[in-house]
Design a protein around this ligand. Structure first.
Ligand code: GLU
Length: 510
């Protein structure tokens, strides 16, 4: 029988969740859903020194915002809990002891100071110190000391850690679903600490024990964990769990936009875009890092952006709903090389998703902005305004700049346009246009357009000049959507008032 797909996202609550982490979670989610499997949230908080208050809540809130749902895990429950490693603390000791008994691990009594001294001695000789099969016999551990000496140290409650004992001269083979076969010689690997003197397991031990106990079928995680994978594979062997060992898939890195190095937590605001899903306030420094949500990104757009950073559908299509992604996602189409973050492309995605929203939805988000600007208008009017300008923006926050003239009369007029277009005779022509507009009974974009054009053409006037001056009078600048659409929305009276106001304010310009 085929094994049920069970994957986990296992963040450490050491700060806000980086979008690289969100992408890892997304790929796990897509893979699980595609195969009718379970997607689990496990919090890996064994390193108490790196715990950051609020980080766990932040992680959960981020996925709520993105609409990515876990089937099992912290805050949800399930048959394999608890799902926070600190709540599983008491479970790990027996596994560390099992490895001690079977000879796959050993006690190490070296103090951090002693190891530091040795490290410095190595450095003096331009060598790198590693606690491994070449050095462990000369260090203070249960392999180098006599049994009596070890017993005495333990009886005296001497602090110790438990280290994994890598066998010598062994080739470790990893079958990575993305990278293929990766081989590593055990002589190069350090005997990682599995269990710490504070009575907590390290990430490595807890991660393997939990993946085993939670019956995880596939481990899909960032490339930065590939160097730890030989240890993980060996741990499965040491425990005798090889037959149920998960399959591994290490995802390519997310790179800075210029491709030079990993996109780090510090990059975001420096490079002008968020690297976190939600805004984060550092609990100690109170520094604020921007979030996609607060920057006006639509969750579905963020998912689409991340899905295509390191994976491709094999087609030209770029816009995918979550359901479509589930349908076509496959680990085979994940690239081996890093994916560059592209800000312009990210904005483009948001633009596309914004256009898919109804005018009413966008209006709801725009209303608070209008309120702040002191604009009081009815919903229906704003909805029409939104309909007129939304294709010009990628974010709701950009709407004001593209639509303020639909709510306010111009307070000033673009000097460059005045200089270039507001020539002698223009005020007279505009006054005549005011009369024409005034005479239109059924005032709409088409009727206004037809009448004004007929007037300009009939008098053999310069179309560009008159239309630009008309726009300047209505908008105050040279921008905006179709001028007759604007006029129809603000209404005949308002349009006329604005033209008269411009004539009075700009005058003859001679
Ligand atoms: N706790 C690890 C992290 O923070 C999880 C790595 C893994 O998925 O094995 O990324």
């Amino acid at each position: 029988m085929e094994r049920k797909v069970r994957v986990r996202f296992a963040p450490s609550p050491t700060g806000p969740l980086h979008i690289g982490g969100v992408r890892t979670a997304l790929y796990n989610y897509l893979f699980a859903k595609k195969h009718g499997g379970d997607f689990i949230l496990r919090i890996e908080d064994t390193d108490q020194t790196r715990f950051v208050p609020g980080a766990e809540e932040y992680i959960i809130e981020s996925f709520n915002w993105l609409g990515i749902k876990f089937d099992e895990g912290l805050g949800i429950g399930g048959d394999y809990g608890p799902y926070r490693q600190s709540d599983r603390k008491t479970m790990y000791k027996e596994y560390a002891e099992e490895l001690l008994c079977s000879g796959w691990a050993y006690h190490a009594f070296d103090t951090p100071e002693e190891l530091d001294t040795i490290r410095k001695e190595f450095e003096k000789e331009k060598k790198n110190f590693q606690y491994d099969c070449n050095t462990r016999d000369s260090l203070k551990n249960s392999l180098s000391l006599s049994k009596e000496a070890v017993d005495r140290l333990l009886e005296n409650n001497t602090p110790y850690v438990i280290r994994f004992k890598f066998p010598k001269d062994t080739e470790i083979l990893i079958h990575d679903l993305i990278r293929g076969e990766v081989r590593m010689n055990s002589n190069l690997l350090d005997d990682k600490v599995l269990y710490k003197s504070d009575g907590m397991p390290t990430y490595h031990l807890a991660n393997i024990v939990d993946d085993h106990l939670m019956n995880i079928s596939h481990v899909i995680r960032g490339e930065e964990w590939l160097p730890s994978c030989p240890l993980h594979v060996m741990l499965y062997k040491a425990f005798g769990w090889e037959s149920t060992m998960p399959e591994f898939a290490h995802l390519p890195l997310l790179l800075k936009p210029d491709g030079n190095g990993k996109l780090s937590k510090r990059d975001g605001d420096r490079l002008g875009f968020p690297v976190f899903p939600l805004q984060w306030t550092d609990p100690i420094t109170k520094d604020i890092s921007s979030g996609y949500k607060e920057s006006g990104y639509i969750p579905e757009a963020v998912i689409n952006i991340l899905a295509l950073l390191g994976w491709n559908s094999g087609t030209e299509k770029e816009i995918f709903s979550l359901d479509e992604l589930i349908e076509i996602f496959s680990l085979e189409r994940i690239s081996k090389s890093g994916a560059k973050f592209d800000l312009e492309k990210a904005k483009w995605f948001n633009h596309q998703y914004l256009q898919l929203k109804s005018n009413a939805e966008i209006t709801n988000e725009y209303m608070p902005i209008l309120e702040k600007k002191g604009v009081e208008v009815c919903l229906e009017y704003v909805e029409e305004a939104v309909g007129l300008v939304k294709e010009r923006v990628s974010f709701v926050t950009e709407l004001w700049d593209q639509s303020f003239f639909l709510f306010l009369k111009p307070e000033s007029y673009d000097e460059k346009i005045i200089k270039k277009r507001w020539k002698e005779g223009v005020p007279q022509r505009l006054t005549e246009i005011v009369e024409i507009l005034n005479s239109i009974e059924d005032f709409n974009p088409q009727s206004a357009h037809d009448k004004v054009h007929a007037y300009i053409e009939g008098n053999e006037l310069n179309m560009g000049q008159i239309m630009n001056c008309l726009r300047l009078s209505i908008v105050g600048e040279g921008k905006g959507p179709d001028l007759f659409e604007i006029m129809a929305l603000i209404g005949k009276e308002e349009a006329i008032e604005r033209i008269n106001l411009a004539i009075a304010k700009i005058g003859g310009n001679e």
